[in-house]
Design a protein around this ligand. Structure first.
Ligand code: HEC
Length: 227
């Protein structure tokens, strides 16, 4: 009897030994290191290109110097984008949009027989503002954005030189084409305006300081009005 027990114990121990060996061996074969970070690393490209383009889009371009070297024939080609909705010949019909004869320096939203949107009427400030070169360039660049509520369903002519060519073409379609901007004058205008502004300030300052002096004492440390 005793020997049967011994055999049983031996068989059991033998089985345990084999199982343990297999376990240790397989651990060695299939062992894998835990990853340092869980999940996949996703490397995203930084979108600097978009930001650059956006900034450029906002840049205000002075159209006047470009008008001096504009190409009227090229402007006629650009006008094909407008011709589905606008005529430009003298006495031409209003289509989806108003006739554009004599457009430059014409009061905004003023063409006979055309019913303008509220947005365009607001932009005209009650018919006071005219289609000068700056207003035309601004509107045509991005109609819906620059004249909120306009009925003109057109994306805009984004390139400044294309816009200049187009405006030069429109300018010629008038009884008496408007004067082209004077290159020398527009270059000198900026510094002249700056000097004027600086000269105005000292003149205004005493007037502004005179008021508190009437009713209450002027705050200490301020320069006397008369200098
Ligand atoms: C899909 C039709 C459509 C196209 C294309 C279009 N326009 Fe217009 N345009 C209109 C409408 C409609 C109005 C009237 C806008 C309003 O009342 O808000 C208008 C108004 C205007 C005005 C104001 C005129 C005024 O009497 O005050 C100008 C300038 C103008 N368009 C220029 C252009 C130019 C230049 C192009 C081409 C680059 C162009 N439009 C393309 C439909 C169009």
């Amino acid at each position: 009897m005793n020997s049967y027990v011994n055999m049983g114990v031996g068989a059991f121990l033998g089985t345990v030994f084999v199982l343990m060996s297999v376990s240790i061996a397989s651990e060695g074969i299939f062992h894998s290191e835990a990853p340092e970070k869980e999940g996949f690393a996703i490397v995203a490209e930084e979108g600097t290109a978009d930001a650059g383009a956006g900034a450029q889009e906002e840049a205000e371009v002075d159209i006047k110097p470009l008008l001096l070297k504009a190409d009227v024939a090229a402007g006629e080609t650009v006008f094909k984008k407008c011709a589905s909705c606008h005529t430009v010949d003298k006495g031409g019909a209003n289509k989806v949009g108003p006739n554009l004869w004599g457009l430059v320096n014409r009061p905004i939203a003023s063409h006979e027989g055309f019913s303008y949107s509220a947005g365009m009427k607001t932009f005209s400030e009650g018919g006071k503002v005219v289609w000068d070169y700056d207003h035309l360039s601004f509107f045509i660049e991005a109609p819906k954005k620059h004249v909120p509520g306009t009925a003109m369903g057109f994306a805009g002519v984004k390139k400044p030189d294309e816009r200049a060519n187009l405006i030069a073409y429109l300018r010629e379609h008038a009884d008496a084409p408007a004067a082209l901007p004077d290159a020398a004058a527009s270059a000198e205008a900026a510094p002249a305006a700056a000097t004027e502004g600086a000269a105005e300030k000292p003149a205004e300052a005493p007037a502004a300081e005179a008021k508190p002096a009437e009713g209450q004492a002027a705050p200490e440390g301020q320069p006397a009005p008369a200098q």
